[in-house]
Ligand binder design. Structure first.
Ligand code: MN
Ligand code: MN
Length: 477
């Protein structure tokens, strides 16, 4: 007789653990190889989008072109729409709404996935061009929350638009194609960096020193001054027909010039510029394009200005999305608020992924991890949940149920330790319109850096999550 026979009342701990406790195994073990290869191929499309859409304007252009291929037409508020109709509303070329009219139209509210398409970068000042000690540079003013030291000595590309005094415009993109010149912000050599190295990270590189190197040859002349600056302006004038003052009415952004690339021997991750928040924008665009005729009208909203607080008429603190919903409501003889109070939104924005190299910044139990699926965050904010809309328990339960029943791999967590810092998303602006909203997005390592990292599996699960949300209750699933 064995000595290890169980006593009668002893509990089956393994079974009990499985029933009662959250399992913490890596999400990879929850999906089949087929799902993994679907994720990998989905991300091939994402990488193309990432390289083509480094600014908000480029992201809108891409999304409009893809939507038109799928039959989307510009929204006409005077027109009566029927289920299955696909429309888009282009807000000044910098924000976009894609909408698919549902079987029930908007009587039971609309379903919204709201992502942002602006990313941290270096913007040009109004008078950017200057020469100093026989070099020509651009003065910049950084946009969004950056660690300034990360933006020195990396190849930069110049993107954006200049509108001339006569209203004609010019779209610029230099430094992306092979053979094109690139640009950079310089840094001090370590040999002479003794004093700089004693400074804190936030002081070592100052905003006023983020100057972009753009030239070093003068106009050939024995007289005159500013010959170096003049030569660069002459080149720009020949190529683009602009004069120095035209920069005043320009929106020029310097962004990392490198392209999205697979990361790791297993190619399981993607490194690139602007995952925040194009890694949610792309799945949200794809979900709108592929959702068929949904039960409820669905909206993918691509907003600008999130990285600077969502203010401005292309940001979600403005009325452009609300007015769009009001137009839909009017078609049904309803008031906008009647639709909004029944509407639901996934605020599609990234969250921080646990980074073992900086483990002390995270609380391991309540963090998101790479490859564990799309993150569902009840709240964001900082210093005691300040500045967050905090989703209701009821809506959290609804999203859990939806994702579980559609086999969407998901996880939850907070943005680092309680007093470690924090951040916000567009969620509160939608919540303020009386819409139920929760943050759902892809976890990112090295967020806001020039080369952010995400997991392919998580990107795909974001798409699956948004698609399940859009298709809920519809006949097409
Ligand atoms: Mn974001
Ligand atoms: Mn951000």
């Amino acid at each position: 007789m064995s000595k290890v026979t169980k006593e009668k009342n002893e509990l089956d701990v393994e079974k009990l653990t499985e029933e009662l406790l959250i399992s913490r195994k890596n999400g990879f073990f929850d999906v089949t190889d087929k799902e993994v290869s679907k994720a990998d191929s989905f991300c091939e499309g994402y990488k193309v989008f990432l390289d083509r859409s480094k600014t908000e304007r480029e992201a809108v252009e891409y999304a409009v072109a893809e939507a038109e291929k799928e039959g989307f037409l510009p929204f006409d508020r005077k027109k009566k729409y029927k289920p299955g109709d696909k429309v888009y509303y282009n807000n000044r070329g910098k924000a976009l709404i894609l909408a698919v009219i549902g079987e029930e139209s908007c009587r039971e509210g609309v379903r919204i996935a709201a992502a942002h398409i602006d990313s941290p970068r270096l913007d040009l000042k109004p008078y950017p061009l200057y020469e100093a000690n026989e070099l020509v540079l651009f003065k910049t003013h950084y946009y969004g929350g950056i660690k300034k030291y990360q933006w020195t000595t990396i190849p930069l590309a110049m993107h954006g638009r200049i509108v001339r005094r006569d209203g004609t415009h010019l779209d610029i993109c230099i430094g992306e194609k092979p053979g094109e010149p690139q640009f950079c912000v310089t840094d001090l050599l370590p040999h002479l960096g003794t004093e700089q190295m004693t400074k804190t990270l936030s002081k070592a590189i100052e905003g006023e020193n983020l100057n972009v190197l753009v030239g070093s040859r003068p106009v050939r002349s024995k007289k005159g001054s500013n010959l170096f600056k003049l030569n660069i302006m002459k080149l720009l004038n020949e190529k683009y027909h602009i004069v120095e003052e035209d920069f005043v009415s320009g929106e020029i952004e310097f962004v990392p010039a490198f392209h999205a690339a697979d990361v790791g021997f297993d190619a399981s991750m993607i490194g690139g510029y602007g995952h925040d928040d194009r890694v949610c924008a792309y799945p949200a665009i794809e979900a709108a394009l592929r959702c068929g005729t949904p039960k409820h009208t669905v909206l993918t909203v691509l907003a600008d200005k999130e990285e600077v607080g969502s203010q401005g008429n292309t940001g979600l603190a403005s009325s452009f999305m609300r007015d769009f919903i009001c137009d839909l409501a009017k078609q049904e003889g309803m008031e906008g608020y009647e639709v909004m109070r029944k509407s639901k939104c996934l605020s599609a924005d990234v969250t921080a992924a646990f980074d073992p190299t900086y483990a002390s910044a995270y609380e391991p139990t309540n963090s998101c991890y790479l490859n564990n699926g799309v993150g569902v965050m009840k709240y964001t904010g900082s210093r005691g949940k300040a500045g967050t809309s905090d989703a209701s328990a009821e809506f959290m339960a609804e999203v859990r149920r939806l994702f579980d029943s559609n086999k969407v791999l998901w996880q939850t967590g907070e943005l680092g330790k309680v007093d470690g810092g924090g951040g916000g998303t567009v969620a509160m602006f939608l919540a303020n319109l009386d819409i139920d909203v929760v943050d759902v997005g892809v976890p990112v390592i090295s967020m806001h850096s020039p080369f952010e990292v995400v997991s392919k599996l998580d990107v795909y699960m974001a798409y699956r999550g948004f698609l399940a949300f859009f298709q809920e209750g519809s006949a097409s699933v």
